[in-house]
Design a protein around this ligand. Structure first.
Ligand code: GLN
Ligand code: ZN
Length: 750
């Protein structure tokens, strides 16, 4: 069997490309040096995949920032405001990606959005009514030529026109279908040029077709591809899908003249059924995505073989290719980087490079490899914890419900807390200054004692509380100086987690994250945050809000287990965090915030799956965390995006007492939706954007609050920034919060 890889990580085995791009941003290297760094990275990727023996290797999966933005630039979908800057093409590109402030002007970046159900973020192309779509760049052609000089006739990976149009934002009155003809022509031009370079395969990435599609979507898709495929000449065209199954469009795509179709058999729940029920055209190649591109566990060869056996007979041996389920962009480079991971653990993981060897082993079907692989699934060390299992199975229905009901609690809490109207607070973290990071690092490296570490943090907390009192905030936080990251910190304090050293995964641009791995049954061995919160409360008479991360977010920002369900893992984490909530309460903390920043992250791509596959267990898991507290304890939650207009009833049924969320950048549409849905939870829509260093003026905050008051009852409205302050500087934080408190005081009197 032949093998295919959809795409490879690009940031560098040691994040070389990240550092090169960042050096370019700060002027430490020039364009020529940056381009060379990119070239070296591409060469490494191509050679690595070739060395393992992969047959279909992608080029043009590389990017200096984002592939969707590359596609926009390739087809001249560049908003005029960036062109007006009159910068070089590369700098115009970076201006669109990150914003630009300098001698040539001042423009904000294009919006960024989550790439389907991953933690990668793409840049949203903006298409203006007068945008003239045309083939304006040569990136895919250049990268093909470059691959050829290395002796690899790579398949050219390109974001497909349908997905591109569906993800773009149209700023004027024209729609996707208005631009489809010009875009189709531009793709055809590109194909012609690639043909001149003797391209063998072109891979059109169309992940959008795993979502719910309506009739006009399908028509648009067919119109575009009929034209493209009729002028493909002798280049072979692969339609590549991933992140799910193509149930709405399977028969349409198999009827089109594609040479190959790539289907995801890992996340695509119905993929196998679709092929079995509808068959697969004899003339086409099927690329079966069987090696998970999103998780880090070893492939189960026997299981994979089972899928391939079922395909056998429907697809002939020479037309069946095995591949990754999606681009390997979403997993780290290689286990070679992990020097501290014990072998007994290591053998169970496969990062990008190890997945290449899995593909080869499966394709060649070597018996000893299969035997060795089967042994891995007999057992893993330290996974099972009987107590945890029993605790989860003895959860009762009533454990998911907090009593008394919200309305009753709201009354009790108002009486107890006696907060002013429009109470002011923050989301939790305060600026993570160099000394704060150094303190954690020194403690980790053993250069300071635990006592010194704690002493430093206590001083920071004391200072932070004094500052908040001085500013006049009503609900105080301790500042989160002990945390590197809101998920990693809890992972480190929970049993059942494994950590890596360099297992970085790209999140956006040059930013990488290092998700911890849920290895086994999760439990809390001892209190985690209690000492910090209790100390903080001892420094002030004002109420201190305890600060935790919720189970769904912890799960969504970790690599999850595959041997138990996400639901079961989440419940285990929920019980651990529940213990922490109850300990905080027992120790006198009367307000507890449980952050669910990433709640939306794993919302299924298909609406019909939202509840049954996800929300039906994720929301109760959150309730399980706080259902044990008394009516007097006020539970807060925080979500990073206000993109929950469509799941408002689910958010309300988290049954928190207060929710804070980002709203300052959105158009306050969410507030209309809250009103329409009779949202009961008290709300703190962020009144300014913490992602920018700009200090909002008092008038600006007053005006935001005035707009919000038109939609939210006064008695339910909180005043706060839109997210944690850890990435902000000290002085802008001070100034912004003072303005926030001043604004709250003004509206209390109007
Ligand atoms: N409590 C966290 C903080 O303030 C929340 C961070 C987040 O929502 N991403 O940093
Ligand atoms: Zn946030």
């Amino acid at each position: 069997m032949r093998t295919s890889v959809i795409g490879f990580p690009r940031i560098g085995k040691d994040r070389e490309l990240k550092f090169a791009i960042e050096k370019y941003f700060t002027g430490k290297i020039n364009e020529v040096e940056l381009l060379e760094s990119g070239r070296m990275q591409r060469e490494y990727n191509l050679k690595t995949q070739k060395a393992y023996g992969i047959d279909l290797i992608s080029c043009n999966d590389f990017s200096f920032y984002d592939n969707i933005l590359d596609t926009a630039f390739l087809f001249n979908a560049i908003p005029q405001r960036y062109k007006n800057l009159k910068l070089s093409v590369l700098d115009t590109y970076f201006a669109a990606a990150r914003g630009y402030q300098g001698v040539n002007g001042n423009v904000k970046a294009l919006a960024m959005k989550k790439w389907f159900n991953t933690n990668y973020h793409y840049i949203v192309p903006e298409i203006e009514d007068d945008t003239v779509i045309s083939l304006a760049g040569t990136k895919p052609i250049d990268e093909l030529k470059e691959a050829k000089t290395l002796g690899i006739n790579a398949k050219v990976d390109i974001i497909g026109p349908f997905t591109f149009l569906k993800l773009a934002r149209f700023t004027g009155s024209k729609k996707a279908s208005d631009f489809a003809p010009a875009l189709t022509d531009a793709y055809i031009k590109l194909i012609e040029k690639l043909q001149l370079e003797n391209a063998d395969w072109i891979q059109f990435d169309e992940p959008y077709i795993v979502r719910d599609l309506n009739g006009s979507d399908i028509t648009l898709f067919e119109e575009i591809y009929k034209k493209i495929l009729s002028s493909k000449g002798n280049v072979k065209i692969l339609l590549q899908t991933y992140f799910g199954d193509v149930r709405d469009i399977y028969n349409n795509i198999t009827a089109l003249d594609f040479d190959a179709i790539g289907i995801d058999f890992v996340e695509g729940r119905k993929s196998l059924d679709l092929v079995k029920t509808n068959g697969f055209p004899k003339s086409k190649t099927l690329i079966a995505g069987v090696v998970n591109g999103k998780n880090i566990w070893r492939n189960n060869y026997a299981k994979t073989q089972g899928i391939l056996n079922e395909l056998n007979g429907i697809v002939s041996a020479e037309k069946l290719v095995i591949g990754t389920s999606c681009s390997l962009l979403h997993v780290p480079y290689t286990l070679e980087n992990e020097s501290k991971l014990p072998d007994s653990y290591r053998v169970h993981f496969a990062f990008a490079e190890e997945k290449l060897s899995e593909l080869i082993e499966i394709a060649t079907g070597k018996e000893d490899a299969f035997i060795k692989n089967a042994k891995l699934f007999e057992s893993r060390p330290d996974v099972l914890d009987k107590e945890v299992k029993e605790r989860v199975s003895s959860i009762k229905e009533e454990d998911y419900t907090r009593l008394p009901r919200f309305e009753e609690r709201e009354r009790i809490q108002k009486e107890r807390l006696r907060l002013p109207l429009f109470p002011t607070t923050t989301i939790g973290s305060f600026p993570q200054t160099d000394d704060v990071r150094k303190n954690r690092k020194d403690f980790k490296n053993g250069t300071i004692t635990e006592e010194q570490y704690i002493e430093f943090n206590k001083n920071k907390i004391r200072e932070c509380i004094k500052l908040q009192e001085d500013i006049g905030l009503d609900v105080i936080v301790h500042g989160e100086f002990e945390r590197n990251d809101m998920v990693e910190y809890f992972g480190e304090h929970l049993a059942g987690y494994v950590f890596t050293e360099k297992a970085w995964v790209l999140s956006y641009g040059t930013r990488c994250v290092k998700p911890p791995i849920i290895w086994g049954d999760v439990s809390r061995k001892e209190p985690i945050t209690v000492k910090w919160s209790v100390f903080a409360q001892s420094c002030t008479d004002k109420p201190v809000k305890g600060m935790l991360t919720g189970p769904v977010t912890i799960l969504n920002w970790s690599f999850p287990r595959e041997d138990i369900t996400l639901q079961e893992s989440t419940l285990q984490i929920a019980l651990a965090i529940r213990d922490e909530v109850l300990d905080l309460e027992k120790n006198g903390i009367g307000l507890i915030q449980i952050d669910e920043a990433a709640l939306r992250e794993k919302l299924p791509l298909r609406k019909s799956d939202w509840y049954s596959e996800y929300l039906d267990w994720a929301i109760p898991a959150f309730r399980l965390v706080h259902s044990g507290v008394s009516s007097e304890t006020q539970i807060h939650t925080h979500m990073c995006y206000s993109e929950f207009t469509d799941i408002i009833p689910a958010i309300d049924s988290m049954d928190a007492d207060v929710i804070t969320f980002e709203a300052s950048r959105s158009d306050l549409l969410i507030l209309d939706a809250l009103k329409k849905n009779n949202f009961k939870t008290e709300v703190g829509p962020g009144v300014y954007d913490i992602h920018s260093p700009r200090v909002p003026s008092v008038e600006e905050i007053v005006s935001a609050l005035t707009k919000i008051r038109a939609k939210v009852e006064d008695s339910k409205l909180w005043v706060n920034p839109d997210c944690g302050l850890k990435t902000r500087g000290v002085s802008e934080t001070d100034a912004s919060l003072r303005n926030l408190v001043a604004a709250a005081k003004i509206i209390r009197n109007t």
